[in-house]
Design a protein around this ligand. Structure first.
Ligand SMILES: *Cc1c(COP(=O)(O)O)cnc(C)c1O
Length: 356
């Protein structure tokens, strides 16, 4: 049914709260646009998607996602150019990743072109919520969860898919201090680390809190088996620049989330002739590169911050200092290029921005 016509039933709000928004103070993820898209799955198929006024959901206490964790999400951004043009950054990649998360979590998939079109329509209806200001954007949160009203561990037969959006301010990422985690594990081989599934983030809270108690913003996760190889930083991918080469953990494992931001960084760098190595990156190599001065830059890559430069890395009893962030030439250039691309200031030669 869905592939033939993506007709979305639209009920517009009669009570917009856009006038209540403090546009100069937009804390991330706390301000919500007027509408949301909702689509239900039952009897083996997706039903007509609807855009309705943003409102609470009503849930049965036995809703299976709450108890057994079939719950996945995505995150991407839409931006408004100076001339008012609206575009979404690489939504097809999120559509593909969402499908992979569905499969891993035994949830029904949504055809990728349908997912992208539903995202586009959700952005279109609230396009006046996209701040027309440098660095500001509309964060888009699609998610799906199991809705069977049943206590029993088996894949649910019913699901709810929702998309809502949040206007967000410029993310001034102060340089972060991170700690290499050698005990707790984010993901293990054969697990669900590659899926954007809710439980991964709940499981990371306790080790992250211990790190924060020691003064670190985030953890650098290492592999779950030997804790010898670097995987990610917090909920971002991690990238190093050693001796002019971009080095980042290979996604050739099911323990690393395949980030759209990191992929974009790699593709931009390659197009500029900067060497890129995607491979196993050992803790030992990173520590040695900082100590011998060949580590030039290190940063986290993710949709929220785009690029979050790293200032210090805690390793066992040592605090290793990276070069001052104002010497991060390559990552700054890539970040500026990505910002300009999203803002429509440079030509989209990669064809990454979907016009709304
Ligand atoms: C979402 C996420 C990322 C970043 O992915 P982007 O597509 O760049 O936003 C990296 N790691 C984890 C664990 C994530 O959940």
């Amino acid at each position: 049914m869905l592939q033939d016509t993506i007709s979305v039933k639209i009920t517009k709000t009669t009570n917009s709260h856009i006038g209540d928004v403090d546009w100069d103070n937009l804390p991330f993820g706390r301000v919500f646009s007027d509408h949301m898209l909702v689509m239900d799955y039952s009897d083996g198929e997706w039903h007509q998607p609807e855009i309705i006024p943003f409102a609470n959901l009503s849930l049965h206490p036995a809703t299976s996602a709450i108890h057994y964790g079939q719950s996945i999400f995505e995150g991407m951004k839409a931006n408004k150019a100076e001339n008012g043009d609206v575009s979404i950054f690489r939504p097809a990649m999120n559509a593909n990743r969402f499908k992979e998360s569905c499969e891993r979590m035994c949830m029904p998939t949504i055809p990728e072109d349908v997912f992208t079109e539903l995202v586009r329509k959700t952005v279109e209806i609230d396009s006046n919520w996209i701040p027309n200001k440098e660095g500001y954007s509309l964060y888009i949160r699609p998610f799906m969860f199991a809705t069977d009203e049943f206590l029993g561990i088996r894949p649910s037969e019913t699901y709810k898919f929702v998309i809502f959006t949040c206007p967000v301010g410029a993310y001034y990422s102060e340089p972060v201090n991170v700690k290499i985690e050698e005990f707790y594990t984010r993901a293990s081989v054969g697990g669900v680390g590659r899926a954007k599934t809710a439980g991964n983030y709940g499981a990371g809270l306790y080790p992250a809190k211990l790190g924060q108690n020691q003064g670190f913003h985030q953890l650098v996760w290492t592999d779950g088996k030997e804790h010898k190889y670097i995987e990610e930083s917090g909920t971002m991918n991690i990238v190093f620049i050693i001796n002019g080469t971009i080095i980042t953990p290979s996604e050739d494992t099911d323990t690393i989330l395949r980030g759209v931001t990191k992929r974009s960084v790699i593709e931009i760098a390659k197009s500029w002739g900067i060497p890129v190595e995607e491979r196993k990156v050992s803790v030992e190599e990173v520590v040695a590169a900082i100590k011998n001065g060949t580590m030039q830059e290190a940063f986290g890559a993710g949709t929220a911050a785009t690029i979050a430069p790293i200032a210090k890395i805690g390793y066992r009893d040592e605090i290793l200092e990276l070069p001052p962030v104002d010497t991060f030439v390559i990552s700054t250039k890539i970040k500026n290029y990505l910002d300009d691309l999203k803002a429509g200031k440079v030509e989209d030669t990669f064809g990454w921005c979907l016009k709304v």
